[in-house]
Design a protein around this ligand. Structure first.
Ligand SMILES: Cc1cc2nc3c(=O)[nH]c(=O)nc-3n(C[C@H](O)[C@H](O)[C@H](O)COP(=O)(O)OP(=O)(O)OC[C@H]3O[C@@H](n4cnc5c(N)ncnc54)[C@H](O)[C@@H]3O)c2cc1C
Length: 411
């Protein structure tokens, strides 16, 4: 590899063996491995963290890894639920990139402003990079302003800032209607709206105010977790026991700030005192303008996560791979890409295809957590197995978090 240091940043050099080989598919990129391979990973979320850790662990000095993220720290999605209900402070849930555990990963806190997938060139606010292999793991951005009234008259809990604001808003909520409302699809972590409703129920009970409030969940699905009827049945049963209203197959399209009414896509108007929104999801602007997307997301080969650009992969929420937008799927996809690159560089068997499986933990309130094990690709349609809520499962969720924090941050 030829590494060129420029005044504005580091340009990871392209390997001299890169060339187009007749007979290689459009998804295949440069030949890797004869010299140090320059891998540039865009986004240090679930996908980027797992990919960089796995590559560094397996390949050591045989790979030159640059990991770029505009943030200074990572936060697990589920930690936002802890923040909004005051169970954790925002600072306590941040894992700082300065503590990255993998040696050999060069972390750059920079904002990516341009991705040229054809040439595998990336420009940031501080420099530019050229890669032998480029992986886009930039997640889904939240467009809170897309839903009229949401900024002025509602709240959202999908960003750390939104969850932090709710830490002060929820204690002031003493009576009236609360709505957990999804504004568009797809959205991250399909169980999260149900979890928010169940946690709000437990929170209001603990304050002795449950009888003074109504709680509803508005969701664009017929049942809470479509791939798993058993999980959906358990959630609906918990809703029924706790007097939480489930409004299926609907989206919230706007909030009427004057009347404090949520307007649904069929015209229904639901009054509220507290609105907890799930904002519209989009690819980050830099991805939208890269020309990589089709129908809003980056299409990939579901077996390999390769994009149509040679040597360019995409993993996680930024893709339309066919699994839900959740960290466990981003992590699983990253592992497949890492294993494939390791095989290419070390000359082993190709990686096993991506299986589209993952386990999601579901908060049921009162510290109990359930689990759903979902499989999106094995059968003709997705399936899911439900594990009942328990304190034991809550401990397992804690161990899941701790294992990633240790692996990625040495925490
Ligand atoms: C309330 C809530 C609960 C959740 N619960 C769970 C759960 O229990 N289990 C689960 O598996 N998932 C859960 N999730 C979903 C999970 O957080 C995401 O699906 C996961 O983080 C996606 O991983 P990713 O690597 O694709 O993207 P992300 O983790 O979102 O990472 C993308 C990274 O790209 C960076 N980035 C974006 N644009 C730029 C740019 N222009 N320049 C530089 N950097 C940029 C961002 O800063 C970010 O760090 C939850 C989400 C929410 C909101």
């Amino acid at each position: 590899m030829v590494g060129i240091v420029t005044l504005s940043g580091i340009v990871a050099g392209r390997g001299p063996l890169e060339r187009n080989i007749p007979g290689r598919s459009m998804f295949e990129g440069p030949i890797l491995g004869a010299v140090t391979t320059g891998v540039v990973i865009l986004g240090a979320g679930f996908g980027g963290l797992e990919l960089s850790a796995r590559l560094a662990e397996a390949l050591g000095d045989d790979v030159d890894i640059t990991l770029i993220d505009k943030a200074d720290s990572f936060v697990f999605g589920f930690s936002k639920l802890d923040v909004m209900f005051g169970r954790q402070t925002p600072e306590a849930v941040r894992l700082h990139y300065r503590d990255l555990a993998a040696s050999g990963v060069r972390f750059r806190q920079e904002t990516i402003t341009l991705i040229d997938a054809e040439s595998r060139r990336v420009v940031t606010d501080l420099g530019s990079y050229e890669a032998d292999v480029l992986i886009v793991a930039l997640g889904a951005d939240l467009d809170v302003g897309d839903t009229p009234g949401l900024v002025e008259a509602g709240n959202e809990f999908y960003t750390v800032e939104g969850a932090e604001r709710l830490r002060d808003v929820i204690p002031a909520f003493t009576s009236g209607a609360a709505i957990v409302g999804v504004t568009s699809s797809p959205f991250k972590c399909p169980p999260a709206p149900s979890e928010a409703a169940l946690l709000l129920d437990a929170h209001m009970r603990a304050r002795g105010l449950r009888d003074a409030v109504d709680i509803s969940v508005v969701m664009p699905f017929g049942i809470p977790i479509p791939p798993s009827p058993a999980t959906s049945k358990a959630i609906l049963q918990a809703f029924a026991e706790r007097d939480i209203t489930f409004v299926p197959d609907r989206l919230v399209t706007s909030l009427d700030a004057t009347e404090r009414v949520a307007v649904l896509d069929d015209g229904q108007r639901l009054p509220y005192e507290l609105f907890l929104g799930i904002p519209r999801h989009r690819v980050p602007e830099v991805v939208a303008s890269s020309g990589m997307t089709v129908d809003g997301w980056i299409p990939v080969d579901p077996s390999t996560l390769a994009t149509r650009f040679p040597g360019v992969y995409a993993v996680g929420d930024v893709t339309s791979v066919g699994t839900p937008k959740a960290g466990v799927f981003a992590e699983g996809a990253a592992a497949v890409v890492a294993d494939e690159l390791i095989a290419q560089i070390r000359g082993g068997e190709p990686a096993a295809p991506y299986g589209g499986t993952g386990s999601c933990y579901i908060e049921f309130g009162d510290r109990e957590v359930a689990r759903v094990d979902v499989d999106f690709f094995s059968g003709p349609s997705p399936t899911g197995t439900f594990v009942e809520p328990s304190l034991q499962m809550a401990a397992e969720k804690g161990a899941f978090r701790a294992s990633r924090a240790a692996r990625w941050f040495g925490a």
